[in-house]
Each structure stands twice: as structure tokens, then as C-alpha cells.
Design a protein around this ligand. Structure first.
Ligand code: ATP
Length: 282
């Protein structure tokens, strides 16, 4: 039976007149990679901070690894990994010293050098934090989030400032952790990141979930019309169709085999996301 890692019902949080979180329901199974998407100010961080036990809620039920995060225990904290913003307080320590220091907080921490290798910082292990680039510092943050070998890892916009290669490496790390059974809750503004990593995504706008599902099917994406495009008589032709295979067979017959410069596209996750966000009344 799949265990539930996160269960949220009717979660509500206001800051004076702002309804930051306005009745959210969420269920995340153990081992899932779950992405929370949404525009600036949608309520993502507030939701995640409540799940992490760092913010009080006004109403609703929340269970994270079977515990109400409003009443966290030490044992519960040890099973949760959080990638915080850059740890500036250790600027004078080296990467290795910092990771070792944080490893000391956990009863079953991973080997610091192994963790440093996993985030791709072996060459920088002896450097002071303040000497690192922004993207390298962010990798230290990730190392500190996983050094306790958490069962549930929260990542808030983890790849902001990463170069493309570092992002790919980071994605591999997340896939690796997911294969080991770590549940991952991720907020991101990069839709390709959500598509590459997440089993499921939720789109939040104005404190509510406006869509939830697999990235491939979100917002009716899989059943949306496809655009078939090809070159004919020196001109680019395009048709929208619910039956692209039929269109291609018909075209292939007409053009006598290979269809020049054929492409078939469906709405991207970004297209679907933009539509979902546009529909939310302001
Ligand atoms: N400490 C606070 N005091 C008052 N209002 C706040 C506070 N934190 C957040 N808010 C407001 O609550 C709403 C939701 O903010 P939140 O930070 O959860 O959004 P977000 O989806 O994480 O945004 P972003 O993508 O910009 O990080 C916003 O309107 C924000 O201005």
C-alpha cells in the first residue's frame, strides 16, 4: 500500500486582508516528486512553510509524515530536509566544514564527502563559502538539505541561478533521490523543470489550486488538438487536428511517402499553465 507523505485539507492562511492560502487540499504519496507551480504571490511559499512547520496556519488539517507540523518533534525534523536560502552565516567556513557541521545535527547523516560529490562540488570542497559563485552556493544549500538523508525533501526554487549544465546535474540528483524513495516537494517557476522531474504538479493561483495532475495531462493537454505542420510547394502548411495520425497518413499518401519537414506539436506545459493562470479572476 502506498503511504501518504503529505495530507492537507482546507488549509487557510491570511496576512491581514490578504488571503495567501485560501482552502487548499493536497495529497502527496511517499516517493512522489510533486511540483507546486504558480505566479509570484500565489501562496506557494506560505503553503510550503506551513508544511515545514515554520509558519502557523489559520485553519485546516495538515499531516506531514504522520505529524502535524504545528507541533513538530525532533524526530520528525530529522526526517525532513529543507533547502533553505543561502547559508551566509557560514561564509568563512569551507564547503567541507559546512557540510560536516550540518551532518552533526542528524543521527543518520550521509557521508559529507559523498554528499559534496552528489551535488558536484568535490573540486570546491576546500573553498570558503564566500569564494563560491551564486550557483555553487545554491548547490551547498542543496547539500545541506540532503545531508540528513531525509525521507521528505522540500526544495524552494532550487535551480535559480544555475547554469544549464548545473541544472541538468541537479535534475539527475533529484531523480537519484526519488529512486531511493525520497518524497520531494518542489516549487519552481521553470515549467521544463516541473515537466522533467515531477510525477504530479499542482498549479496555485491566488491561494487556490486551479489544476492538478500529471504534467503530460494537466489542463486537458494530452487530449488537446495537435498542430501538424509540413512543407509543401515551397510553403509551410499547418492544420489543427484531433486526429494527427490520420492527417499524417493522408498527407503521406498525397505527397508520395516522406512528408517534408513534418512536425506534430501539442500545447506545452507552459501553454497550458498560461491559460490556467489567465482564467483566474484578479
Ligand atoms: N509575512 C508576510 N506578511 C504579509 N503578507 C505576506 C507575508 N508573506 C507572504 N505574504 C503575502 O501572501 C501572498 C502569498 O505569498 P507567498 O510568498 O506564499 O507567494 P509565492 O507563491 O511563494 O510567491 P513567489 O513565487 O513570489 O515566491 C502574497 O500576496 C504575499 O504578499
Amino acid at each position: 500500500m502506498t503511504q501518504t507523505a503529505v495530507k492537507v485539507r482546507g488549509l487557510t492562511k491570511r496576512y491581514r486582508e490578504v488571503r495567501a492560502v485560501d482552502g487548499i487540499d493536497l495529497t502527496i504519496a511517499e516517493g512522489e516528486v510533486f511540483a507546486i507551480l504558480g505566479p509570484n504571490g500565489a501562496g506557494k511559499s506560505t503553503t510550503v512553510e506551513i508544511l515545514e512547520g515554520y509558519r502557523r496556519r489559520d485553519a485546516g488539517e495538515v499531516s506531514v509524515l504522520g505529524v502535524d507540523p504545528a507541533h513538530p518533534t525532533r524526530q520528525w525534523r530529522d526526517r525532513i530536509g529543507i533547502v533553505l536560502q543561502t547559508a551566509n552565516d557560514t561564509a568563512e567556513l569551507t564547503v567541507r566544514e559546512t557540510v560536516r557541521h550540518f551532518a552533526g545535527y542528524y543521527p543518520t547523516a550521509g557521508d559529507p564527502d559523498e554528499v559534496i560529490a552528489r551535488v558536484g562540488l568535490t573540486e570546491q570542497a576546500g573553498k570558503r563559502i564566500r569564494q563560491l559563485s551564486g550557483g555553487q552556493r545554491r548547490r551547498v544549500d542543496v547539500a545541506l538539505g540532503i545531508v540528513g538523508r531525509p525521507r521528505l525533501l522540500f526544495l524552494d526554487e532550487p535551480t535559480t541561478g544555475f547554469d544549464p549544465e548545473a541544472r541538468r546535474r541537479f535534475w539527475e540528483l533529484i531523480e537519484d533521490l526519488a529512486r531511493d524513495g525520497t518524497t520531494i516537494v518542489l516549487t519552481t517557476h521553470y515549467l521544463d523543470e516541473a515537466e522533467a522531474l515531477a510525477n504530479r504538479v499542482a498549479v496555485i493561483a491566488q491561494g487556490r489550486i486551479v489544476a492538478e495532475g500529471r504534467p503530460a495531462t494537466l489542463g486537458g493537454r494530452a487530449s488537446a488538438k495537435a498542430t501538424v505542420s509540413w512543407l509543401e510547394g515551397g510553403e509551410r502548411r499547418r492544420v489543427e487536428t484531433g486526429a494527427p495520425t490520420e492527417t499524417i497518413v493522408e498527407l503521406s499518401g498525397r505527397l508520395g511517402g516522406e512528408i517534408p519537414e513534418l512536425t506534430v506539436t501539442r500545447p506545452s506545459l507552459e501553454d497550458v499553465y498560461m491559460n490556467l493562470i489567465a482564467e483566474v479572476p484578479r
